[in-house]
Design a protein around this ligand. Structure first.
Ligand code: NAD
Length: 297
């Protein structure tokens, strides 16, 4: 496929920078979001304004979706005015949200009946990775479609791995979330212990972040925790959604994920206090509550 026209649906924290990179790479884009003002920045960059998911698919050869949750993907793809009604045989859907693998398989099956292959391509790397075009992309779906779409994925991603049939990309993303949340909690506990002990938190981050415990999460979220900057790159509400999906996957496999379950409950305690719209770095507030300390530099 030589630079096909692309429809892009969902222009939030991730979608906006991902779509921007595709425009910069010379792709012709038609963009859509249910929140009208989110479309403006891309129209200013030269993308065409879409008015529905159906119209976006109708005008494009490939459609990309990145919306919050499973019901949003079902609405955007299968609902009234959805992608399925605008996509004709040979169209491709690259679905990049983090959703339930089972829902992804159902959406892929409905599209396949119309001769429209789907790739599940959830991502990791957050808004910084989206801006840099270095996201990790975990793909599932027909291998020939994956190979065909690789040049598009390479504009948005650095590490791009195909796992197998539809659903396997979503499952790989759930594995990724296990590592992410436990690491965030590790940073929260490290800084809480240091705060309670009266250590200089910036020095702790500097030295711990240069040793064996160094991680991208510590590098990215540690300073924000110390500055009490809880603006969302990835909202706690979305993280909680991911952990619901992880728990369902573990239930299906009848396996324990003890550390992940603990972090899930801590995130839920923050949601119950109305803090779900804060970024995941705000998990440190749960530790502050438990340990009666203030993580601040
Ligand atoms: P977001 O809430 O910032 O953006 C989602 C966008 O989708 C919003 O602009 C919303 O208006 C739009 N939308 C919802 N339903 C729609 C529909 N039916 N049609 C058109 N637009 C619709 O969310 P985000 O942070 O960009 O995350 C998007 C997805 O990517 C989620 O599944 C999330 O779990 C995943 N993800 C997020 C991050 C991150 O760091 N933010 C990282 C990796 C993966």
């Amino acid at each position: 496929m030589d630079k096909p026209s692309i429809g892009f649906i969902g222009l939030g924290h991730m979608g906006l920078p991902m779509a921007s990179n595709l425009v910069k790479a010379g792709y012709e884009l038609t963009v859509y979001d249910i929140v009208e003002e989110k479309i403006e920045p891309l129209v200013k960059m030269g993308a065409a304004r879409g008015t529905s998911c159906q119209e976006v698919a109708d005008k494009s050869k490939v459609t990309i979706t990145i919306v919050p949750d499973s019901p949003d993907v079902e609405a955007a793809v299968l609902g009234e005015g959805g992608v399925i009604h605008g996509a004709s045989k040979g169209h491709v859907l690259i679905e990049m949200s983090t959703i339930a693998p089972g829902v992804g398989r159902l959406v892929a099956a409905a599209l396949a009946e119309k001769g429209v292959p789907m790739l599940d391509c959830p991502v990791s790397g957050g808004p910084p990775g989206a801006e840099a075009g270095t996201l990790s992309i975990m793909a599932g779906g027909p291998k020939d479609t994956f190979d065909e779409c690789l040049p598009i994925l390479e504009v948005m991603g650095g590490s791009i791995v195909h796992f197998g049939e539809n659903g396997s990309g979503y499952t790989a993303k759930l594995c990724n979330q296990v590592a992410c949340v436990i690491t965030i909690q590790a940073v929260c506990e490290t800084l809480s212990l240091a705060a309670k002990a009266g250590l200089d938190l910036r020095k702790v981050l500097e030295v711990v972040g240069s040793g064996l415990a160094a991680s991208r999460i510590m590098e990215l979220h540690g300073p924000k925790m110390l500055e009490r900057d809880y603006a969302p790159g990835f909202a706690l509400a979305l993280q909680e959604k991911d952990l619901r999906l992880v728990a369902a996957a573990a239930d299906e496999l009848e396996m324990p994920l003890p550390a992940t379950a603990l972090v899930h409950q801590l995130i839920r305690s923050l949601s119950a206090k109305g803090k779900g719209e804060l970024g995941t770095q705000a998990l440190v507030l749960a530790m502050e509550g438990l340990a009666e300390c203030e993580v601040k530099a």
